[in-house]
Ligand binder design. Sequence first.
Ligand code: AMP
Ligand code: MG
Length: 334
Amino acid sequence: MTGRLRALTIVLATVVASQAWASDRGIHAVRYVMGTWCDLVIFDPDPAPDVVQSAFREIARLDDVLSSWNPESEVSRLNASAGRGPQPVSVDLANVAEESAALCTLTGGAFDPSVASLLRAWGFYTESPGLPAPAIGRDAASHVGCNRVTVRRDPRTIALADGAALDFGAIGKGYAVDRALAMLRARGVTRAKIDFGSSSLGYLGDIDGGWPVVISDPRDRDNPLFTLRITGGAVSTSSQRERSFERDGRRFGHIFDPRLGRPVESSLMSVTVIAPRGSTADSLSTALFVMGAAQGKRVINGMPGVGAVFVEQRANDLLITTAGKLSRLTRLSK
Ligand code: AMP
Ligand code: MG
């Protein structure tokens, strides 16, 4: 997105920021938060009047903890303290860092929030990413690794090795979905949906036949391929198309293979993960995008309630494979 278009989007976002439509079927509200549009639907007939505001406030609060784009966020301040030993952190930052560290180990470093130094070197914190000079790319890669981050619980601290930095773009929205749904549940809401577009989506409660989850053609999001039905839980989709640039006929996107120190280039076009929690769905969809279908399937096979849909390009066709507990959780309809 160009700077101008982003500015326009933010102006529009401000205008409609607090839009909500009440009806006898509940409330539908949309807000620009965590750098994107977020849809909140409450299906209960008479939710408490300020419940929508509280849910969005919770998401905005977590953005102030987890955003790598905001230099004042808690994670940005932690990144600035790299090399200075253990730093006290909030419960939310510790939760997200701990879950990320576990997945980093489980995936042999395919999922690794210390990709932040690579994202910076490749310009993914600007509107115009591009290839770094080889020495800069190599230096950034040398600061990546599960062992560059130490999370402790008592006292609650995180220590970053000198030069290391964290980015929670792969898990933050899913974690925010979980926290906002927990808050809605605590306020008496029984059925709701929080939806950050296709990237992260979570449901509270159930409906007859299950909630519909549409798997779209990654080349054309308006073209649905099929629908899954899920009972509660969360859904997340990862793809390179969201943020990428082209150089010499090759496309480089925002999802990195930390083990190679460069963006993933593969025939995989999207990975959708269904999981009981938003943070699991979000982090795993990114992890499986890096690992690919064969390795990824091995990782999720032992995970209760987790399923995945891989969409790959094969010549002009799409190859769709599924993994995990999807068949038991869902019903596929064309
Ligand atoms: P998602 O859209 O959830 O797949 O997250 C993609 C975002 O996660 C990127 O924009 C980066 O901020 C971050 N990221 C990229 N590669 C990785 C990786 N291998 N492990 C963890 N986070 C990553
Ligand atoms: Mg993710």
